[in-house]
Write a protein that binds this ligand. Structure first.
Ligand code: FES
Length: 147
């Protein structure tokens, strides 16, 4: 660990993301273990977890749809895309579908303004969205999971 990062604290966020992906959320046990390994207190780790919106202490859907409705996206239909996602998934903002497959979240700019409207689906960006493209993405995931 110390060969790639200048200090143990530097590895904290990558480590939190990795554990979250593996376990599904940052449990008390995971936070304690990470604190031990980075020589921080549990409270210092919790403070970082609470600062970053992409870090979570409770499980959410396996596929996290983060739909941008900030200015560039708003001007190019981002709000309609977000409403479409809500209807398609049958959930509101910051809610998971009953099967635990999807979690929907309205977010601020994700840095894809030139290709608005945009959303992030886990670590992948999807741009120039239309309701049809959203349907394809969601249906594609549902089909993949059923196989
Ligand atoms: S405003 Fe939506 S990506 Fe920047």
């Amino acid at each position: 660990m110390s060969t790639h990062y200048p200090t143990k604290r530097s590895v904290l966020v990558p480590m939190l993301l990795y554990i979250q992906d593996e376990v599904g959320s940052l449990t008390d046990e995971a936070i304690h273990e990470i604190a031990q390994r980075t020589e921080l207190t549990d409270l210092e780790v919790r403070n970082v977890v609470s600062y970053y919106s992409m870090l979570r202490t409770r499980p959410i859907g396996k596929y996290n749809l983060q739909v941008c409705t900030n200015v560039s996206c708003l001007l190019r239909g981002g709000e309609e895309i977000f409403q479409h996602c809500k209807e398609k998934l049958g959930v509101g903002n910051k809610q998971s579908t009953a099967d635990g497959l999807f979690y929907l979240e309205e977010v601020e700019c994700i840095g894809a303004c030139s290709w608005a409207p945009a959303m992030q689906l886990n670590y992948d960006f999807h741009e120039n969205l239309t309701p049809e493209k959203v349907d394809e993405l969601i249906e594609g995931i549902r089909k993949k999971v059923q196989q």
